[in-house]
Ligand binder design. Sequence first.
Ligand SMILES: Cc1cc2nc3c(=O)[nH]c(=O)nc-3n(C[C@H](O)[C@H](O)[C@H](O)COP(=O)(O)OP(=O)(O)OC[C@H]3O[C@@H](n4cnc5c(N)ncnc54)[C@H](O)[C@@H]3O)c2cc1C
Length: 378
Amino acid sequence: MSPKEICVLGAGVVGLTTAIRVQEAYPTGTRVTIVAAELHTDPMSIRYTSLWAGANHMSFADGDATQTKLDKETFDVLWEMSAPGSESEECFLRITHRTYSSKEALPHPLTWMPDHRILKGADLDALPGSLSGEEYSTLTIDTPKYLAYLSNRFRRNGGTFIKARVHHVRDIIEGGYGLYTPDLVDRPHPSAVIVCAGLGARSLGGVEDQAMYPVRGQTLVIRAPWVKFGRSMELAGTSPTYIIPRRNGDIVVGGTMHANDYYPVPRPEISEDILRRGFELAPELAPPGTENPTIDSVRPLIRYEGCGLRPARKGGIRFEVEWVTEIAGRGDEKVPLVHQYGHASYGYQSSCGSSTIALELLSEALDLRKSLASAEGA
Ligand SMILES: Cc1cc2nc3c(=O)[nH]c(=O)nc-3n(C[C@H](O)[C@H](O)[C@H](O)COP(=O)(O)OP(=O)(O)OC[C@H]3O[C@@H](n4cnc5c(N)ncnc54)[C@H](O)[C@@H]3O)c2cc1C
């Protein structure tokens, strides 16, 4: 029995993670092709969010049971991937992260994180204005390295990339991969399409989800290999501020959260504000031994600044199957679209849990377990 042809539309962290998940769940039952307009190897751009993320695992599930489940599952997978000696260890840095807040008490402390403790007394005095806080072990992700790792793993599993912009989901279902590359003109047309287009889902024909909107985030990347801890603060009247150290010695300093702002390049006044807030949160960003450090001690360490559009969605991530029918040239056949987009600020930290749900929807839609069992029995 020939394998099912699965098309994953999108090559951000969500598309890559899900493509691998499908390959590894059904190694003989599926063949996976990723079609994406932007890849992680392209120059960083506003059209591809995954290269702009910090990133760390710091759940914002805020008491939401479904999101907590996705984040926890992902944490367990990434923690294992970051273990000393693992093949992906270099993509991660395990750290202690501390969060400060101006609320009297944290509404949903992350008690499920390793080594969790609530900050009290002198711990809080360290940051004026903070009234509560917590500390726990977590990991940070060197996002360019991690995306490269996922891409290589996908290729190693037999996956193919096609770099192309899809204007309407029907195009690929009706015309197949040959529409985009003559090399694959003989490959059977997809049996299913998993839509991992991030913010692109707002304009992609056949999806055009108007619940999608951008939440713009601007950051600075600073060279400070001596900083090996994470820290964040949410104090009344200011944007959330954070520092995320990467294994390679870069520190991502943020941030901003501006809904419906599409501005594609960094704004200088925001970079200046991030530098000020970042230094206030972590004076340790200044080189060790600096006398009377100020933000000017940190300024020469800036490697680059940037901004990305978090793919947010009213109502949260869309997990849903929609059937495409009346496909020219395919008789009565109907093809499932598995929607999996809208990961906002948590695309990395929920990626593995999210791929479990997408895989489940795909398996049900195509009856993959049954067709695999009958192929094995044959
Ligand atoms: C400043 C900042 C900090 C962040 N920090 C964190 C963090 O610490 N932890 C965390 O978990 N998350 C973080 N995020 C969020 C995270 O980056 C996103 O949730 C995640 O990258 C979304 O991934 P995605 O794959 O859905 O989208 P993207 O990475 O944008 O990928 C979308 C893909 O779809 C393709 N595509 C779209 N439309 C089409 C089309 N019509 N045809 C073909 N291809 C198409 C694109 O080319 C691309 O390949 C942060 C984001 C920002 C901006």
